[in-house]
Design a protein. Structure first.
Length: 239
């Protein structure tokens, strides 16, 4: 039986309510799920503004020693305050299972916010072996841009379906980086966008509200890993 994730008591800084918070676990590339070590002596702080660097916390796998960056633990209080849960930065990540037990390829998180959509995409990509997922240097016209060796990723958390222009812009960005473009959308894709993605060999995924990415075209591989390697050749007529 695997080791249970850590649970601590968290006090809301606004209304004083106390909550029980359990640290989420994430998949290391070696297959072991790890969870950030929480600090039961630390105090939660209210999240009033966000910056990209502060959204992540380093977690080291106790099994293989690899260190990865995962979403910082947060808790939403019914009063409306979002709390940053204290983390013991000096501790090693907690292993979530015993050797030999089976774990899924990736771990899903329910999608309620744009940040959750990005987290779901990152977890999926890391579960497929793309370990160095980071914020892309070039910001897309819509959504959030991510990157890892060999791929350029666009996560679109908007309520409207992605357009053919969105797909083409991602493909051009990936071409410039000698990478493969991968698109995650919360609301799906327009019909012409899906057709264009098939021609450009761009994997398309829809993010289910449960946090599970679902492939919607052939380049998505029927649920497998996004293709790796260089970009595809341009279709007849170009973009």
């Amino acid at each position: 039986m695997g080791v249970m994730s850590e649970t601590i008591s968290v006090c809301c800084t606004a209304c004083g309510r106390r909550h029980r918070y359990t640290a989420p676990s994430y998949p290391c590339a070696c297959g072991e799920p790890v969870a950030p070590e929480l600090d039961p002596r630390g105090a939660a702080t209210a999240v009033t503004h966000r910056t990209w660097d502060e959204e992540w916390v380093a977690v080291r796998c106790a099994a293989c020693g690899a260190q990865s960056r995962w979403p910082r633990p947060e808790l939403g209080c019914p009063c409306g305050t979002v709390l940053s849960v204290p983390v013991d930065r000096a501790a090693t990540g907690r292993t979530g299972r015993t050797p030999g037990s089976r774990v899924p390829a990736h771990r899903a998180v329910p999608i309620r916010t744009a940040r959750d959509a990005v987290t779901a995409a990152v977890l999926y990509l890391r579960g497929l072996g793309h370990r160095d997922v980071r914020r892309a240097d070039q910001r897309p016209l819509s959504g959030i841009g991510l990157a890892a060796p060999g791929i350029v990723v666009q996560v679109d958390p908007t309520v409207g379906p992605a357009s053919v222009r969105d797909v083409e812009c991602l493909w051009l960005t990936a071409m410039a980086e000698s990478a493969r473009g991968v698109y995650f959308s919360l609301a799906g894709y327009a019909e012409d966008a899906r057709a264009r993605a098939d021609l450009l060999d761009v994997p398309l995924f829809v993010l289910d509200p449960s946090g599970v990415p679902r492939p919607v075209n052939a380049p998505g591989g029927g649920g497998g890993a996004p293709p790796r390697g260089g970009p595809p050749p341009p279709p007849g007529g170009g973009v």
